[in-house]
Write a protein that binds this ligand. Structure first.
Ligand code: ZN
Length: 466
């Protein structure tokens, strides 16, 4: 029995692991690489042709964990794709959106390269299109949390990971020549006490081999005090000035987390009704999935639904799909909260709302997520005096605020606490899914603090599980 590391090694995207055990061959996750300089790995052939794989097991629906599934269809895959029901629904939305972006990007590159008379570094054809997405969807097999699934030489089950709706820790039992080994993947591990979702489940028993993420392996989250009170304060102050609150959001989880907080603030009378717009067709579709999958809710959210109403339905909330309606938001003369994608302001409707508000000292741009270097979001967050939006320079006059505490990932302390729930030291721990320095630091911490055997695999390494 062996495991091959095919992504998220000393970097954070492209999660993919190939497991061979007896007659069974599976991939755990099949993610897209989204960072330079690793993008060309998206074009690398799989370790075995897609048609020779028995199954893919998905920990969750983020693109860096499921984004290469449509490539399998091109290779004749006809196995099963196991995922929790919420993950299966979210993955469909995310893959369709990804196909759309792939096709548009390739067309843009072709035009640009032609104009510049040069060849690009990456192929000018899309990785896949919507037909490939549709070809792979019939292979999905939704599996509830804790339900054991038997393959020939592997049994597995999903546990709650608390990262996004439907996200899972994966517990596997591998069998070969009378030998049995347990193998656990943390997947992306959430923080405890998050809105909507249950906490990550404890490791519980003794695990032989453990693959753990390390996105925040070298730091702890900044504390923001009472997050809902901070959010309410931003809205109160901005509305007193007569401005809008503009919040760039990611379509999955961050947008719905904010709706949850807003619905509680209104329900408890801590905030007077104030129009809220979620302006993103994708975020609206994702919110529908959140509404449907109440089996993923924690006790508090279940009670909210039973006693009051869904955190995704309150009177002053408007979910905006159409372009027409999106344009109308800015003709409203009342102060409003406007949430729109993309989360780092690199594309999408958020750019229109920023253009309309960045020059208004009475408005606030509120950041709730990480802004990568080089993005428009980062430039605004760093309070550049002028920023470029839609080809024009705009002076930054709006107030710029940031809320911490909404991260979807456990920090260093959270990861350590979770590992501390193991009943015994594993035979070996593999640290993945982190910037190289973060993974190396976290591995060192585990050796020093827990005395565990830990390694940080390199891309395409194969390890025999003895
Ligand atoms: Zn994730």
């Amino acid at each position: 029995m062996k495991i091959q590391f095919l992504g998220a090694c000393r970097q954070v995207t492209g999660s993919q692991y190939f497991i061979q055990c007896g007659r069974t061959r599976v991939l755990v996750d099949c993610g897209m690489f989204q960072e330079r300089p690793y993008l060309d790995r998206n074009w690398a052939p799989l370790p075995v042709p897609g048609r020779e794989l028995d199954a893919v097991i998905l920990t969750h629906a983020h693109l860096d964990h499921c984004g290469l599934l449509p490539k399998l269809a091109q290779e004749g895959f006809h196995g099963r794709i196991f995922a929790t029901p919420a993950t299966a629904d979210l993955a469909e939305i995310i893959l369709r959106d990804s196909a759309h972006i792939q096709v548009e990007d390739a067309a843009y590159k072709r035009r640009r390269h032609k104009k510049e008379g040069r060849a690009g570094r990456y192929p000018e054809i899309p990785l896949y299109d919507v037909n490939d997405v549709e070809a792979v969807l019939p292979y999905f097999r939704p599996v509830a949390y804790h339900q054991p699934i038997e393959l020939a030489d592997i049994t597995f089950r999903f546990l709650d990971a608390g990262h996004i709706l439907g996200s899972a820790i994966l517990l596997m039992e591998l069998r070969e020549n009378g030998k049995r080994r347990s193998l656990m993947f943390s997947g992306d591990l959430g923080q405890r006490d998050r809105p909507i979702l249950r906490d990550p489940e404890d490791i519980g028993g003794a695990i032989d081999y453990l693959v753990v993420e390390s996105t925040y392996g070298d730091r702890d989250h900044a504390q923001n005090g009472d997050l809902e009170e901070s959010l309410a304060n931003v809205v109160r102050h901005t509305s007193a000035r007569g401005g809008n609150v503009i919040i760039p959001v990611f379509a999955v989880e961050r947008a719905q987390d904010l709706l949850y907080h807003f619905s509680r603030l209104y329900r408890d009378g801590r905030l007077s009704p104030f129009p809220i717009f979620l302006d993103s067709p994708m975020a609206v579709r994702v919110t529908e999935v959140f509404r449907r999958h109440q089996e993923c809710y924690d006790e508090e959210t279940k009670q909210m639904v039973e006693v009051d109403s869904s955190p995704f339905d309150f009177p002053n909330l408007r979910l905006v799909g159409s372009v027409e309606e999106s344009k109308q938001i800015n003709t409203f003369h009342v102060p409003a909260v406007i949430m729109a994608t993309s989360g780092m302001c690199t594309a999408g409707r958020i750019k229109f709302h920023l253009r309309n508000n960045i020059v208004r000292p009475e408005s606030t741009i509120l950041f709730v997520g990480y802004q990568a270097r080089g993005t428009l979001g980062r430039q605004i967050l760093e309070k550049n005096p002028y920023v470029r939006i839609h080809g024009k320079e705009w002076p930054t006059r709006a107030r710029i605020e940031q809320l911490h505490g909404l991260s979807g990932h456990a920090d260093r302390g959270g990861l350590l606490d979770w590992l501390g729930t193991a009943a015994a030291p594993p035979r070996s721990v593999f640290v993945t899914h982190g910037e190289e320095s973060s993974s190396l630091n976290f591995a060192e911490l585990l050796r020093a603090k827990l005395g565990w055997r830990v390694s940080v695999p390199n891309y395409s390494d194969t390890v025999e599980l003895e």
